[in-house]
Design a binder for this molecule. Structure first.
Ligand code: 4AD
Ligand code: MG
Length: 431
């Protein structure tokens, strides 16, 4: 008999099914074992009855350690009280592989222990739910980009120079004493690709050698970066808003069970689907000061400032037109106010902070050269990038969405380290 996935059991009530998975939990009495089997798609309760079973198999299922691999055959009964609405009445149990005593128990472990056992921790209910949500986020991005006619263009991971400033580069030895760096962002390459294909995006790992030990920082994280030719900051904000709404909608719709496992407040999440307010940095600074949160115009917004700003709204908020001095060299200055750049950050609600950064790029060769010099970067390094302004330069823009920070917000998780399968952080690269 072919095997049935736990998530599909509702379509097989009344039938004999074969399940393959791992022993997640067990309660036993003399005559019964209540076994929770997990198979990655879900968890189901199976009742194993002594009277209806080979004696040896009954004994075995009562004593094998958690996470042993098992096969259970039996009847799928509809049962409203069971999680998932189905319960298995087992007629046969096979042990595929008996586990050693499992190191992760059902009681609390500290984060360090769990992170060191990430390869096993990933099996737990909550972690599986987070990975389901991450999968939904990535799928939505790819599907939506495809529907909009954007081309998937992969950016290189080895780069000869920086994109977001030199302070956070990971250096690697390339050949013949040459240095290379792990990419901080695929943006500059997406700009080249946008001039070739129009609307493009990349979705891949990016690296920041930030010595930050906060709940929002990873040294390796995934970024989704769309880039559009013939677009300005307003189109960039439109796309960011539409994408985030689609992502949140799909997670709410397709990950209900996972959100439940995570005890996510879905009413709060649903409120985030309304139109996103767009406020300028200057407006935000004025309101901060009005509300007794002192902030001097000109500085970058820190986490407490972002939290305060996002507390004004239930949806993500788009803060645009930052002082040019706090933003990267490639940002276009506002023609109406040269003190500010046409950049936008999207701050998630509920204090999750910045999840998107982007904006309109400088398209004028001379101005861009000036910026490169001001930022004390070497124009030689950017020769190819400057070429894009020499041969048919057009207004263009895009953004970078941090996948883990977005998942963190949607799933309602405290720390981004649980939103990537194998986190890399300041003090952690194992397993
Ligand atoms: O704001 P950032 O630095 O923007 C860029 O890299 C642009 N070049 C993107 C573009 O326009 N194509 O990073 C974009 C997003 C942030 O908003 C945040 O969500 C995420 O990437 N991010 C991080 N996520 C986890 N750990 C870190 N250390 C992160 N740094 C940035
Ligand atoms: Mg940023």
């Amino acid at each position: 008999m072919s095997r049935t996935r736990v998530k599909d059991l509702l379509n097989h009530t009344g039938e004999d099914v074969t399940l393959k998975g791992w022993l997640y939990n067990r309660r036993s009495s003399k005559k019964f074992h209540f076994v929770l089997l997990r198979d990655g798609s879900g968890i189901v309760q199976c009742i194993v009855t002594k009277a209806e079973m080979d004696e040896e198999a009954f004994e075995a299922i009562g004593k094998i350690p958690y996470e042993s691999a098992i096969e259970i055959r039996g009847k799928a009964n509809a049962d409203e009280r069971s999680p998932g609405g189905v319960e298995i009445h087992a007629s046969a149990v096979d042990v595929i592989s008996e586990a050693e005593e499992y190191p992760i128990s059902k009681q609390e472990h500290g984060p360090d222990f769990l992170l060191s056992h990430r390869h096993l921790w990933l099996r737990s209910k909550k972690q599986v739910a987070i990975m389901h949500i991450r999968n939904e986020v990535l799928k939505t991005i790819r599907d939506d980009m495809h529907e909009r006619g954007f081309h998937c263009i992969d950016a290189p991971v080895f780069t000869p120079n920086s994109c977001e400033g030199t302070s956070t580069l990971f250096e690697v030895d390339y050949f013949d004493d040459e240095k290379a760096y792990l990419t901080q962002s695929g943006q500059l390459y997406m700009e080249a690709a946008a001039m070739a294909l129009g609307d493009v995006y990349c979705l891949g790992p990016t690296f920041r050698a930030e010595k930050s030990k906060t709940r929002r920082h990873l040294t390796e994280f995934w970024m989704f970066e769309p880039e559009m030719a013939f677009a300005g900051i307003d189109e960039v904000m439109d796309l960011a808003e539409a994408m985030l709404q689609k992502i949140a909608t799909n997670v709410l719709e397709n990950c209900q069970a996972d959100l439940e496992v995570l005890e996510r407040d879905t009413d709060q999440l649903r409120k985030a689907l309304a139109p996103f307010p767009r406020i300028s940095y200057s407006e935000a600074v004025e309101r901060l000061n009005d509300e007794g949160h002192p902030f001097e115009w000109g500085g970058d917004l820190g986490a407490p400032d972002e939290t305060k700003i996002s507390s004004w709204f239930d949806t993500p908020v788009m803060v645009h037109r930052y002082p040019e001095a706090v933003k990267a060299f490639y940002m276009k200055r506002d023609p109406e106010d040269s003190r500010v750049a046409l950049g936008v950050d999207v701050l998630a609600p509920e204090g999750y902070g910045e999840i998107i950064g982007g904006g309109q790029r400088e398209e004028c060769l001379e101005t861009l050269l000036g910026r490169i010099n001001e930022h004390e970067l070497d124009p030689e390094d950017f020769a190819w990038y400057l070429d894009l302004r020499r041969y048919g330069s057009v207004p263009h823009g895009g953004f970078g969405l941090g996948v883990e920070r977005t998942v963190c917000w949607l799933a309602g998780i405290e720390h981004v380290r649980e939103c990537i399968p194998f986190p890399r952080m300041l003090y952690r690269i194992y397993p």
